[in-house]
Structures are given as C-alpha cells and as structure tokens.
Design a protein around this ligand. Structure first.
Ligand code: UFG
Length: 324
C-alpha cells in the first residue's frame, strides 16, 4: 500500500514510516516541519505540505494516489493547550477538517488516527478500557475527542473507514539508533531524565509525591513506539473488515510510578541522578493504565516491549547520540 503519513517527520510518525517500509509498504510523509525533523524522514519521500493550507493538501492528494492516510500531526502539549486553546482548535481540529475534506474529494477513505488517553480525563477505574466515559480535562484532550466524533460522522456520511488509536505514554526509540524522540521543549518524563543524564542542563523534578499511589507519585502506562507502529499497521489491515468507526486503547496494561521510572533510568545509565520532588503539575491524573484487551482481540496486537528497563534502554541509545 502507498500510505500518506501526516506528521511523518515527528517522533511516532518517523517510527511508523520505518515500520511500513520494513513491511513492504510505501510511506509518503506530509509534514510542515514545524515540530518534525527533516533528518527523521529516511523511509519514503517528504512533501513539505501544511495541512493548515486546504489548497496544498488538496493538491497533494490530487497528484498522488494513496491507499490510506495515517494522521499523526497535532499540537500535543497539555499545558500549552490550556494557555492557548485556539492554537489547538486550529492545529488539531481545523487542520483535520482540511485533511478529511481532501480525502473525501479524492476518494481516499481509509484513515488511522492518533488519539490519546487524554480523552478519558480523570480515571474512574484502575484499568481503562474503551467504554470508560470520555471527559477530557484540557483543550488538547478535547480536540482529540472532537476529531474522533468527526471521524464517526464521516464514516456514517461518506463511507470512510476510520480507526482512532488512543495511546497511553509513548516511549522508547528504534533500536537502530537512527530515529528517536526530540521535542523542543521536551516535557515528557523519560526523555527529560535521559537528556539530563546525557548532560543537558534540565531541572527535572518529580511532580508531586502526595498522590494516593504506592509511593505517592503518578502512575503511567509506558508503551514502546515500535509497538504503536505495529498496532497502526494492524489497524489498517483490519480496517476494511471492521464495521463503522472503531477506537482502541494502546498500552502495556502495566502501571509504573514516576519514582519507578526514575529508578529504571538510573539503573540503565548506571548512576543516581539526584532527582528532587517538586510541586504537582496541574491537570495530572494520578494514574492512567490501559486495558488493551480490545486491540489484542480484534487486531491480534500484542506489545513486544513489555519491560520498562528495555524501553528506557532503547531511548538511552538514542539520547546518547541523537541524529537530530
Ligand atoms: N513528570 C514528572 N517530571 C517531569 C515530567 C513528567 O514528574 O519532568 C511526571 C508527570 O507528572 C506524569 C508522568 O511523569 O505523572 C508522565 O508525564 P509525561 O509528561 O511524560 O506524560 P503524561 O502522562 O503527562 O502525558 C501523556 C501523553 C499526553 C496525554 C497525557 C494524558 O504524553 O499526550 O498523557 O494525561 F495528554
């Protein structure tokens, strides 16, 4: 298949392109390089198209025939989304409308969409499955939920085939060391710890140790980026057989506290980092752990990277010698 990977120069998109090309497919990256990296596009060609420009995305879909679209492009910082919601409504919702419109006009009907655990909001269960109520706590989560609803409507109205994959905490890097995570600013726990370990001048603190968890710090479900890529390809391959619009959680089903992550990082790098405890970060739910039973049953997906230390090791390989 020839697949348009929107946001393919970003962290998860680049891993997707490698995975697609290793499985005999042809990725074509569409990325405006606002947060993506030209050097991350090593599998397939790059179209520097901004989906914020309806004519440009229309031209791209009119000039190349695609079997499907995978849509990773989004603004994704929770804090920024609270401070500047319109940026999120534009980058995430309005730009996705442009993309869907161009898909409809050019008869491209298959879409795999990157959604997030942030659509659930404050968890009401220890293990979150797809039936858990969606009540996002911030504009970022709300934009992703609105897009899911748009997709549902497009499936009903235009015969689209669409799947939303709700990621928990994406982590790790491809073992090749060719691609990895590079955000500016970096807000995520594992890359912040590893960048500090690699010598970056980052003040990394534990955001609160007074939560009601085993050690007082927040619990998250870390899932390797290559396992996410695997789930996307499976979703695409299953799409035509699935009725209507579908959502799947993607996580390992195991929660680790922030302190456990710090310990895993220290054991991988072989020395203590002296991380101090700071104040809570606004909007952090105390625990987010996925039930991915549905993805296992329907997509036949089973994460290969189930060990947190192995996930951190793969990321450490990247952060010691990032290629971009
Ligand atoms: N954390 C720290 N110190 C840091 C960075 C993070 O203690 O310097 C803590 C956070 O408070 C949280 C955990 O580490 O408890 C993980 O934080 P991340 O920022 O790495 O990830 P989040 O769980 O906040 O974010 C993820 C996804 C978002 C999604 C969000 C839903 O990356 O896309 O879950 O809450 F919106």
């Amino acid at each position: 298949m020839r697949i348009l990977v929107v946001g393919g120069a970003g962290y998860i998109g680049a891993h997707m392109c490698k995975f697609l090309s290793e499985h005999g497919h042809e990725p074509v990256v569409c990325d405006n390089l606002s947060t993506g990296h030209r050097a991350a596009v090593r599998w397939g060609s790059l179209s520097e198209t901004d989906i914020g420009n309806p004519e440009a995305i229309d031209l791209l879909l009119g000039s190349i025939r695609f079997d499907a679209v995978m849509h990773f492009a989004a603004a994704s910082l929770v804090g920024e989304s609270v401070a500047d919601p319109l940026k999120y409504y534009r980058s995430n919702i309005a730009n996705t409308v442009n993309l869907l419109d161009a898909m409809r006009r050019h008869g491209v009907r298959r879409l795999v969409f990157s959604s997030t655990a942030a659509v659930y909001g404050e968890p009401k269960a220890n293990l979150i499955d797809e039936r858990h109520p969606t009540s996002p706590l911030n504009p970022y989560g709300r934009t992703k939920r609105v897009i899911e609803q748009m997709l549902q409507d497009c499936v009903s109205a235009y015969g689209f085939k669409a799947v939303a994959l709700r990621y928990f905490n994406a982590a790790g890097a491809d073992p090749s060391g060719l691609i990895g995570e590079h955000h500016e600013p970096e807000t995520h726990l594992i890359p912040r710890l590893l960048r500090r370990a690699a010598g970056d001048d980052l003040d990394v603190r534990i955001f609160g140790d007074d939560y009601d968890t085993i050690d007082g710090t927040c619990v998250r479900d870390y899932i390797h980026v290559n396992d996410l890529a695997d789930a996307h390809l499976r979703a695409l391959q299953t799409l035509d057989l699935l009725p209507g619009f579908q959502v799947f959680n993607l996580g390992n089903g195991a929660g680790y506290t922030v302190r456990q992550v710090v310990s895993a990082v220290e054991s991988v790098i072989g020395r203590p980092l002296g991380i101090q405890v700071g104040a809570r970060r606004a909007g952090d739910p105390k625990a987010l752990v996925a039930s991915s039973v549905r993805a296992r049953e329907v997509l036949g997906w089973s994460p290969q990277w189930t060990d947190l230390t192995a996930i951190v090791e793969s990321a450490w390989r990247w952060h010691q010698k990032p290629a971009y």
